[in-house]
Design a protein around this ligand. Structure first.
Ligand code: SD4
Length: 331
């Protein structure tokens, strides 16, 4: 692996040789000298996930390994009721997982409607690394995981089963209005993570059990490249949490990255993507969407619809949970 110093030296030579530098490349090389490594991720559970990612980043490791290791923390924690083991099931009582991963080279892998496997993000990574495809789904994804050494586990915990039985008994209507404080009982917090390593390589991962009590077969934005997550090695990355349908209809993470490409800061790009939802989707006020974004200079930002969305940031100097600015507060 090349060291950061040799990367910078090599880059300067390349730029001098070329005579011109593109804006994004010159910024990422020269203005961000001490802003990375950095890792950011959605919600409170991002704090513990960032610590796991940081162990890799601090040793000069690749951001892809960092995001994989990072999001595995909530995936494996049965007390995080929105990701991996211990996730809220669908309406039929099945825990079905969606996840994806992407690196600075634009490589991408994804799984959707995956059952019985605690770490869908690592299966998504294998799809990326071992197959000519981007996404495997359902039974095929499970077979692929088992063929590659993953083991079947029970994902539905006793606590989630009890709640699901009560939900069924109460004959409650399904609502996809998630993450709204005091309105929705089953707040549902996907983890999306973005990391920029010592050598300036950016990667991202996104993993979830999806909306609680969703329709059987429903897949959200989290495994959709461009919706729940997008990374461009020259520009930056973005990831989303909240009502996946709104993110899918506006291809939110891709939009955020493209807005950063056109020169917007991560904060502004996230705000603009939320504004797009507000413009296009009539009932957006009864949903939550939170975007976070990180550019290749190591600058990060976020924006959401409803107050109450936060994200975790970790750098050499900083370990912090930040409250995102909310669109509804600006009206
Ligand atoms: C989904 N976007 O399945 C996910 C859920 C989520 O915070 O992010 N919740 O639609």
């Amino acid at each position: 692996m090349i060291s950061r110093r040799s990367f910078l030296a090599k880059s300067s030579l390349m730029l001098a040789g070329a005579g011109v530098a593109t804006k994004a490349f010159s910024n990422s090389v020269f203005q961000s000298a001490n802003k990375f490594p950095v890792v950011i991720s959605t919600w409170n559970h991002g704090m513990a996930a960032n610590e796991a990612a940081w162990e890799i980043l601090a040793k000069g490791g690749h951001s892809l390994d960092a995001v994989d290791a990072g999001v595995r923390v909530p995936e494996g924690d049965p007390n995080v009721i929105t990701v991996g083991k211990g996730g809220i099931p669908d309406a039929s009582g099945k825990v079905t997982l969606d996840a994806c991963i992407m690196d600075e080279k634009g490589r991408a892998g994804s799984v959707s409607y995956l059952q019985h496997i605690v770490h869908p993000v690592s299966v998504a990574r294998l799809v990326m690394e071992k197959t000519p495809h981007v996404m495997l789904s359902g039974k095929g994804a499970l077979e692929f995981a088992l063929d590659n050494g993953f083991e079947k586990e029970k994902l539905l915990t006793k606590a989630r089963k009890k709640e699901w039985k009560k939900w069924k008994k109460d004959n409650k209507e399904f609502t996809n209005n998630i993450n709204i404080e005091n309105v929705t009982e089953d707040n549902h917090d996907t983890i999306g993570m973005l990391a920029l390593d010592e050598d300036g390589r950016i990667s991202g991962a996104c993993t979830t059990s999806g909306m609680g009590y969703k329709m059987p077969g429903r897949v959200g934005d989290s495994p959709i490249i461009g919706a729940g997550l997008f990374v461009d090695g020259q520009v930056g990355g973005a990831t989303a949490t909240g009502s996946g349908e709104l993110v899918m209809k506006t291809l939110g993470s891709f939009l955020v990255v493209e807005l950063m490409r056109s020169g917007m800061s991560p904060d502004r790009a996230c705000e603009e993507a939320v504004r797009r939802i507000a413009k296009k989707i009539p009932d957006y006020q009864s949903h939550q969407i939170g975007y976070i974004a990180l550019n290749t200079k190591g600058e990060y930002g976020s924006f959401c619809i409803q107050p109450g969305f936060n994200y975790a940031v970790k750098t050499a100097e900083q370990t912090e949970l930040i409250e995102a600015e909310a669109w509804l507060k600006t009206l």
